[in-house]
Design a protein around this ligand. Structure first.
Ligand code: F6P
Length: 343
């Protein structure tokens, strides 16, 4: 079988181990591999590279994706869709393994259901917001980077007797903020799952100060719903119609509110794309390899339209359509639990 592999959407550590996993297992079945560069853009434009044992052997510890990535949505323009379908035919692909999040896998699902393209999905996202799977690779590394940033902010916050607000990525799911805040011992955490209550946050920070603590740490998810919509603010959208959240300066807004309302000197810092760089953690390397291996097995079994999911300790195939039908956000039990960590 001739199998094309692509990686789409925001990159994250674990993509290279996943590519390696697909190739390693596929070689057992005698597959020929082609690397499709830059996500779905590579199929619109027909840009490929050879993918061999030698080209993937060393990439297990490398961040990013050797194939490149983009947020190209081929369903946006009919000519792009036709180009994708034409290139798949011309290249003679028997299967396409798409590694990505909600958007990239949404395209894989539609290509399969609407056009019969034999796709298999590998779930990746630092946001951990993909439904049907317990964890996605990239999350552990990205949240770990956020935790380290919070540890560093604690030192400077304590020295200057300040509040430090750390804005973390995660889009419309608060997984990264929740884990960073809990693991880093934050005094307050704001999540997209619950509108920001500035009064409650400031009252709590005042109480923290009153009990003698000389600094405080706040973790703010970039997707936090702010109490006042910035009037006239033009929202920038990506090719899939998602708001580009980094431009909203959530951390800065929260820091200004704290300083203005309770007079405690406050600074904001943003982790941003630093989350996504660096070597994948042990967890992300192993998960990447496991889901990659399983993806090759799904191709061998012709289980197309399926995505690999981690359920407990097992990896298994689930319909891609089901995985992209809705976002996996932080459940209310965890949203409530986190409040017991604010003392
Ligand atoms: O989906 C991953 C992610 O890192 C989000 O957490 C963030 O909102 C977005 O990508 C940033 O996208 P870009 O790399 O296009 O700026």
């Amino acid at each position: 079988m001739k199998v094309g592999i692509l990686t789409g959407g925001g990159d994250c550590p674990g993509l290279n181990p996943a590519i390696r996993g697909v190739v390693y297992r596929g070689l057992d079945f005698g597959f020929d591999f082609v690397g499709i560069q830059e996500g779905w853009r590579g199929l619109v434009k027909g840009i490929y590279e050879p993918l061999t044992l030698e080209s993937v052997e060393e990439i297990i510890y490398q961040g990013g994706t050797m194939l490149g990535s983009s947020r190209t949505n081929p369903f946006k323009k009919d000519e792009d869709l036709q180009a994708v379908l034409g290139n798949i035919k011309e290249a003679g692909f028997d299967a396409i393994v798409a590694c990505g999040g909600e958007d990239t896998l949404g395209v894989a699902a539609k290509l399969y259901t609407q056009h019969g393209v034999p796709t298999v999905g590998v779930p990746k996202t630092m946001d951990n917001d993909l439904n049907e799977t317990d964890f996605t690779f990239g999350f552990d590394t990205a949240a770990g980077v956020g935790m380290e940033a919070l540890d560093r902010l604690r030192d400077t916050a304590r020295s200057h007797r300040r509040v430090m607000v750390l804005e973390v990525m995660g889009r419309h799911a608060g997984w990264v903020a929740w884990y960073v805040g809990v693991a880093g011992g934050a005094d307050w955490i704001t999540l997209p799952e619950e509108p920001l209550d500035v009064d409650a946050m400031c009252a709590h920070l005042s109480a923290v100060k009153a009990r003698g603590k000389k600094y405080a740490l706040v973790v703010a998810s970039e997707g936090t719903e702010l109490p006042v919509a910035a009037e006239g603010e033009e929202q920038k959208l990506d090719a899939f119609g998602h708001v580009m959240l980094g431009d909203r300066n959530v951390g800065e807004f929260i820091a200004e509110e704290i300083q203005r309302r309770i007079g405690w000197e406050t600074r904001a810092a943003v982790v941003g794309h630093v989350h996504r760089g660096g070597s994948p953690t042990l967890f992300d390397r192993v998960l990447g390899m496991r889901v990659g291996v399983k993806a090759a097995e799904l191709v061998q079994d012709r289980q197309f339209g399926q995505m690999v999911a981690l359920r407990g300790t097992e990896v298994m195939g689930v319909p891609i359509e089901q995985a992209v039908a809705r976002l996996k956000t932080v459940p209310d039990s965890l949203v409530q639990m986190v409040k017991t960590t604010f003392k």
